[in-house]
Ligand binder design. Sequence first.
Ligand SMILES: C[S@@+](CC[C@H](N)C(=O)[O-])C[C@H]1O[C@@H](n2cnc3c(N)ncnc32)[C@H](O)[C@@H]1O
Length: 274
Amino acid sequence: MLALVIALPAGEVELASDALWALGVVAIEERDGEHRIDDHYVELWTSLGDDADTVAKAAEGFPARWRWRLVEVDETVAETWRAHVTPTWVADDVVICPAWIPVEAPSGTVVLRIEPGATFGLGNHPTTVLTVRALRASLFPGATVLDVGCGSGVLGVAACAFGAGRVDAIDLSPAAVGVTAANAARNGFGGRIAVSTTPIGDVDDSYDVVVANILAPTLIEMAGDLRRVLGPAGVLVISGVLSGRFAHVVDALAPLQVIAVDELEGWAAVTLRW
Ligand SMILES: C[S@@+](CC[C@H](N)C(=O)[O-])C[C@H]1O[C@@H](n2cnc3c(N)ncnc32)[C@H](O)[C@@H]1O
């Protein structure tokens, strides 16, 4: 299979990782790259599939200073990340567990089993952890939820585990549809989660809780729709924004007001309401 290798300044790893997650990669490995006189370069190893033309098209969106190449790798090597992942404890009583490994959890623990397939994510990214926590704080039994950018469906699955009555999950990536449906069924919530590639602009309903763990520029782009689909007593949870650097996103969402901010490893989740 083809690995996509991107050499870039170390200071831009987060930016590049975000871009790659948004493109639907499943894993990213950081390796030390060549050293430049004025900067330290690293290499990000990942995969966008085996079609070189598709990868080249996606790479057109990268800044010119990121140098990328394709490397043929053994498929078994590309899958080794699966052997090294561990469960992610979101709270003392909530754990997100890769579907293929056993988890030992005290009784009463909410165990969410996730297989990411070719989507973001496994549930271990700080933005996902923050969003699950904020979701739990915002949900009430029977609440309706819109998950914008559902990826593997982990947030919708969590919402159902916390009592949501119905979740509409949307993502522009077609891969997210099958993966989210499978994770919903895997966790016993197949009847409560509806997933599609419907653009948020075409969503007609309004919801008690809207979650969007997407990068800041996209959140700003869809701010009007996020407000439109939020019910009068609704709560919006956004993540995918950097700690202390989300004022411009909050401004775009005005007149919604911030009611809570939580931060983890340089990322933030922000909860807003009317
Ligand atoms: C950071 S991932 C979040 C995945 C998952 N919700 C989580 O929290 O782990 C962002 C997701 O948003 C999707 N996405 C990006 N732009 C979007 C848009 N304009 N509309 C819908 N989904 C979008 C990407 O395909 C990706 O699956």
